[in-house]
Design a protein around this ligand. Structure first.
Ligand code: FCB
Length: 472
């Protein structure tokens, strides 16, 4: 569906978004805040992991990152200049509860008070993520997400944060990408806390979901009617060459998508996954009576993070194990990317997003929000500008893909670019730049990239061009 913009003489076709579509950008506390040692913040698992030799690219740490902790007023001003209607950011649990339980640090809460007030003062809606991977180290010392108790500690932290900020923040997300926390954190160990034990990854996955459900229950009880509660998942958009590979795709879909979608939807854990994953340990010892009801606590929308498709095929040797985050998975081969890739080596495929959204519309039955989408490229500042044609193309192509899904009837309510700022990209340190705004880490100078200007124009028009990459 294309419409010609009546306001311009150019007559170029524009793809218009729904009038109340929410436009934003996203970040996460550990990736941008810096200031890891100030105002009573306790250490997180990412501080510990980054201090572990060889864990993070070139030994990079969470300092100074973007020093957003001190520079947030200027960053919010930048958001206003870009015309963002919303800003998705996460609270650092160790700023609010330095040891993850009990004592609350007022200076931590005060930082988020200042940030929220600054956003609201600029007419930008805050969308809070409670957990974007920076678990207090004290909880990890007690088993982290392997320990069922962490789910209860998370729910308490969620409820107290919601109680404190809920007079101003309406949009709450519990977890960001629990698959990554569980399988990259505890199975492949490439993320904090760096544990390599598949049984721990099942415990972590279940306790994360339990924590989500407990948090939703507590927040729902104390929330006014206009509050919206959600979770953000990173879906695997599976690509196969032909139908003979569908069984391999089903297995990965089970471990990455249905493992979360089914219990959230009240269907419990997928039977095929439970039956086929002895390598994850004893499910019956981990999942207790009543847990699945808690996890299925109703939410208001689901956040979708999408970057790239995952190519799989049936392995030539059906007994060969996949390794990585799925050390016991047999018969599946993960194939290398094809065609165009980003600077990070991730395959570029906007169609994968349209297809994923159509599938989620069928399987989830909730409004969807694109909570992350973006690309890393090795940008350089020349004459005060960053002309990131590659990221601009990625952005516009993916927005067209979102528009196509909406036009086909998928209920997508908003789009958040990942990321507002170049930042600490986890195990890749500062080597991967995802921002629509460039950050010079030595001087902390921000430079809006061409992609950022394009997003601002898209927001202004509430539309993307049907062809090409320039708005009229
Ligand atoms: C997602 C994370 C986000 C960022 C992007 C590139 O998995 O949620 O923090 O690292 O990938």
């Amino acid at each position: 569906m294309t419409t010609t913009d009546p306001d311009t003489e150019v007559g170029r076709d524009l793809l218009r978004f729904p009038p109340d579509f929410l436009w934003g950008a996203a970040t996460a506390s550990f990736q941008i805040e810096g200031a890891t040692g100030v105002d009573g913040r306790g250490p997180s698992i990412w501080d510990t992991f980054a201090a572990t030799p060889g864990a993070v690219h070139e030994g990079h740490t969470g300092d100074p990152a973007c020093d957003h902790y001190h520079r947030y007023p200027a960053d919010v001003e930048l958001m206003a200049e870009l015309g963002l209607g919303a800003y998705r950011f996460s609270l650092a649990w160790p700023r609010i509860q330095p040891v993850g339980a009990g004592r609350v640090e007022p200076r931590g809460l005060a930082f988020y008070d200042r940030l929220v007030d600054e956003l609201l003062g600029r007419g930008i809606q805050p969308v809070v993520t409670l957990y974007h991977w920076d678990l207090p180290q004290a909880l990890e010392d007690n088993g982290g997400w392997r320990n069922r108790d962490t789910a209860y500690r998370f729910a308490e932290y969620a409820a107290l944060s919601h109680e404190h900020l809920g007079d101003r923040v309406r949009q709450w997300t519990t977890l960001n990408e629990p698959w990554c926390s569980a399988f990259l954190g505890y199975a492949s160990g490439i993320h904090a806390p760096g544990v390599v034990d598949p049984k721990a990854s099942l415990e972590a996955a279940h306790h994360l979901m339990l924590g989500h459900g407990l948090a939703v229950q507590l927040m729902r009880d104390q929330a006014p009617d206009d509050h919206e509660l959600s979770i953000v998942l990173n879906f695997c958009a599976l690509a196969v060459d032909d139908d003979s590979q569908l069984d391999a795709a089903r297995k990965v879909d089970g471990l990455q998508n249905r493992l979360f979608l089914d219990p959230l939807g009240g269907r419990g854990y997928p039977r095929d996954v439970v039956e086929d994953t002895a390598w994850l340990g004893d499910w019956t010892a981990v999942v207790r009576d009543g847990d699945l009801d808690v996890i299925a606590a109703p939410i208001d929308w689901m956040g979708v993070n999408y970057y790239s498709p995952t190519r799989v095929a049936a392995a030539a040797d059906p007994l060969a194990v996949s390794g990585g985050p799925f050390p016991g998975l047999r018969g599946v081969e993960f194939l290398p990317p094809r065609g165009e890739v980003t600077g990070f080596g991730w395959e570029v495929d906007a169609r994968g997003l349209t297809d994923l959204l159509a599938r989620l519309q069928r399987d989830v039955g909730l409004p969807l929000v694109i909570t992350e989408n973006g690309s890393a490229f090795p940008d350089v500042v020349r004459d005060g500008e960053v002309v990131d044609e590659d990221r601009t193309r990625y952005l516009v192509d993916h927005l067209r893909a979102v528009h196509e899904a909406i036009a086909a009837g998928v209920d997508v309510r908003g789009y958040f670019a990942w990321s507002l700022l170049d930042n600490f990209e986890w195990a890749a340190g500062y080597s991967q730049r995802f921002g629509i705004v460039h950050v010079d880490y030595d001087t902390q100078v921000r430079t809006v990239k061409r992609s950022g200007r394009t997003l601002a124009e898209v927001i202004g028009a509430n539309a993307v061009p049907a062809t090409g990459y320039d708005l009229p």
